[in-house]
Design a protein around this ligand. Sequence first.
Ligand SMILES: [Zn+2]
Length: 277
Amino acid sequence: MTPALEALYAFDLDMGSGRRASVRLRTPTVAKIVRLVLPPEEHTPQEAGRVLMLELEALIDTLAGHPPSAAELAAIVEDPERLGALLHVRNTVYDHLALEGRVLALCPHCDHGRAELDLTFYWLALRLPPWAFTDQGVLLKPPLLASPLPSGGRPEGWPRARGFDVIHPDAPGLRALRSLQTLEARIREQEGWRLWAPEGDQPPEGREHRHRSPAFSATLRLAVALETTPDVVDGMSVGAFFFLDLLHFALANADVVAPERAAVRCPACDGRFLPIF
Ligand SMILES: [Zn+2]
C-alpha cells in the first residue's frame, strides 16, 4: 500500500455524544461494490440507505478496533454529517485507487517499445471532463463499461498502438486489455451472456446479481476485455476495476480531436503513435 493510501485508510469519525471512533478502511472486491449500483428507477431513499450500509460494511475494516455492527453502520448512514465525512474519504479513496493504474501502450513501429501512461495523461491529452464514480458524491453510478458506447473519432494518417498491457498494484494477474468495439468482442460478449447469465435461469446462491443489470453488464464486459471470466473480475480489487473502466473509455470511446497532443513517442525507436484502440 502506498503512503498516500495508508494515510487515507485510517482516520477518526465523530460518532456523537463526544465519542470519536478510529476507522480503518480496506479495499473491497468488485463483487462487494459494483453489484450495489442501482438502476435509476430503484433510487428510493430506502434502497439508497440499504446499499450505502452494504458499501460501508465492505469498505470499513474496523471501527473502534472491531468490525462495525449493523447499529453502528446505521448510525453513520442516518446522520448526514457523519455520512458526508465518510463518503468524502470514500470518494478520495476510489479516485486514488483508479490513479494507481498504469498502461503500457505497445509501439506499432517496433517489437519491444512501449510507452507507460496513466489516467491523468489520457484525461489531459484527450481533454476529457472530470470523472465521477458517484452521483453527486453519494450513490455509485453505473460503470462506463455497463453499456456499449460508440467508438471514438480517429484522425486519418496516425498510427495507433499495437496493443495494451495494463498494470495495477492491487491486481498482479492483469495482462492485456482488448477493445470491446470489435466484432470479435461483440460475439464473445453474446457468448458470455449465454454462458454466465442465461435468460430465465435462476442464478445460484452468491450470484444473485448475475442478470441484465448495469452492474453485471460491466463485470461481464470487463471479463471479455481482459479475456477472463466474471468470477475473476468479481474477485478483483475495486480499485483495479475503476481504473480499467475509465481506461477502456479513454482508449475506445473518447474522440481524438488533437492528435498532436495525444501522440506519444516510443522510448525504443522514437516513432510517434496514438496510444488508443
Ligand atoms: Zn518503437
